[in-house]
Design a protein around this ligand. Structure first.
Ligand SMILES: Nc1nc2c(CCNCC3CCCCC3)c3[nH]c(NCCc4ccccc4)nc3cc2c(=O)[nH]1
Ligand SMILES: [Zn+2]
Length: 373
């Protein structure tokens, strides 16, 4: 444990790298996958279960928590860690992305965003200053700048204007964040798929100075090929000695491709959300437990998986409780998917440290090609 926030690079293999982020609330092994706890809970999981999957850090959600139960109430109750009984690091997003994807009646100005709550229709405002205050009240260890993520496809002019607005907001976020030892502020690179706009954004963020740098503006409908094309140049535009966080990614093959291109941290609702919809991640690809072909199958989901679902239950059972909409279905499938993702990260951390990442990546894709799920 340390009373400061720091990042130590470990091994590198090509563009892939391992490292350790030290925070007062514990260490984060990178590359890291961060499960999402939208309303102060990782759905269908106890915090100790989230930890048992191997997660070192989870995400809190500024947008949801500012609406309900409000950041002020969580602060009065001792902060988000106490509130949700998770004493390890928490990263919170700044809320702008969720406003643009969830809230109604949004109005975007230089000052910030006003919107109507999707819960009760009440009106709210988010600005860089208010977002920093909310994330401070929540007590999160890693705070994200308040930014604007343009929906793709968008023309270059729109992307450039949006990126420059986000860079002005990054300046205001830095100013409002202040000096908070042991807490980190991450800048968010924008610029769409344009290499020069991304370079301009990276330079602006470097000039302000952050504890970590996120690649934002991706996984917004551009598709994997375009995202990887952008990741072929964007991470290297960011400081090498600081963590690089790709926001909102992703499916297992997205995660692997991003690590191969120099990304250290990722978050996505997909593994937990998919668990609730019966989509199961396995080494051979995605299995849909709802399919009738599983109803007599005595085998585990994944014979090499050490999670409670795979150690103690058959596909037939998991098919039955999913079809019956039993609560245990969400519990077991979420646990399995989160455990699968953490095993994937551990496998990559080991392969990079052994300088055998290319072979690991080839085996990862070969197992998915051979099928047999
Ligand atoms: N500031 C900011 N956040 C972004 C996010 C939210 C990351 N997850 C936050 C997390 C906080 C707690 C609640 C949940 C969200 C993104 N998510 C995606 N794609 C997701 C694409 C996706 C994938 C699977 C399912 C739905 C959507 N692109 C993103 C770009 C940005 C961005 O530029 N700026
Ligand atoms: Zn499993």
């Amino acid at each position: 444990m340390s009373d400061r926030f720091s990042f130590a690079l470990g091994a590198t293999d090509g563009k892939a790298r391992t490292g350790v982020i030290s925070t007062p609330r514990g260490e984060i092994r990178t590359p890291a996958f961060m499960p999402v706890g939208t309303a102060a809970t990782v759905k269908a999981m106890l915090p100790e279960s989230v930890r048992a999957t191997g997660a070192d850090i989870l995400l809190g959600n500024t947008y949801h928590l500012m609406l309900r139960p409000t950041a002020e109430r969580i602060d009065r109750l001792g902060g988000l860690h106490r509130f949700m009984n998770w004493d390890r690091p928490i990263l919170t997003d700044s809320g702008g992305f969720q406003v643009m994807s969830l809230a109604g009646l949004r109005k975007l100005t230089e000052r910030g965003v006003t919107f109507k709550s999707h819960i009760d229709g009440s009106r709210h405002e988010l600005t860089p200053e208010r977002s920093m205050e909310i994330q401070r009240l929540l007590g999160s260890d890693i705070v994200m700048c308040f930014d604007e993520c343009p929906a793709l496809p968008a023309d270059r002019t729109r992307i450039a204007e949006s990126m420059r607005l986000s860079m002005r907001w990054a300046e205001r976020s830095r100013e409002a964040f202040g000096d908070r030892p042991g807490h980190a502020l991450f800048g968010i690179q924008q610029g769409g798929l344009e290499e020069d706009l991304r370079a301009e954004s990276a330079a602006a963020l470097r000039g302000i100075g952050f504890d970590g740098y996120a690649v934002g503006g991706l996984a917004v409908g551009e598709g994997q090929a375009a995202m990887f094309g952008c990741l072929d140049f964007a991470p290297a535009q960011l400081p090498e000695d600081k963590p690089r966080y790709l926001m909102g990614v992703g499916k297992p093959d997205d995660i692997v491709g991003a690590v191969a291109r120099g990304i250290d941290m990722m978050d996505c609702v997909l593994p937990s959300r998919s668990g609730r919809t019966g989509q199961v991640f396995t080494r051979h690809g995605v299995l849909n437990i709802k399919n009738a072909r599983h109803q007599d199958d005595p085998r585990p989901l994944d014979e090499k998986c050490g999670c409670p679902a795979c150690r103690n239950y058959s596909r037939a059972y998991l098919h039955h409780v999913f079809r019956s909409q039993e609560i245990i279905s969400s519990m077991l499938l979420t646990w399995h998917n989160l455990y699968y993702c953490q095993e994937l990260m551990q496998g990559m951390r080991d392969a990079i440290a052994a300088e055998s990442f290319a072979a690991w990546q080839a085996a990862f894709h070969a197992a998915r090609a051979e099928g047999d799920i």
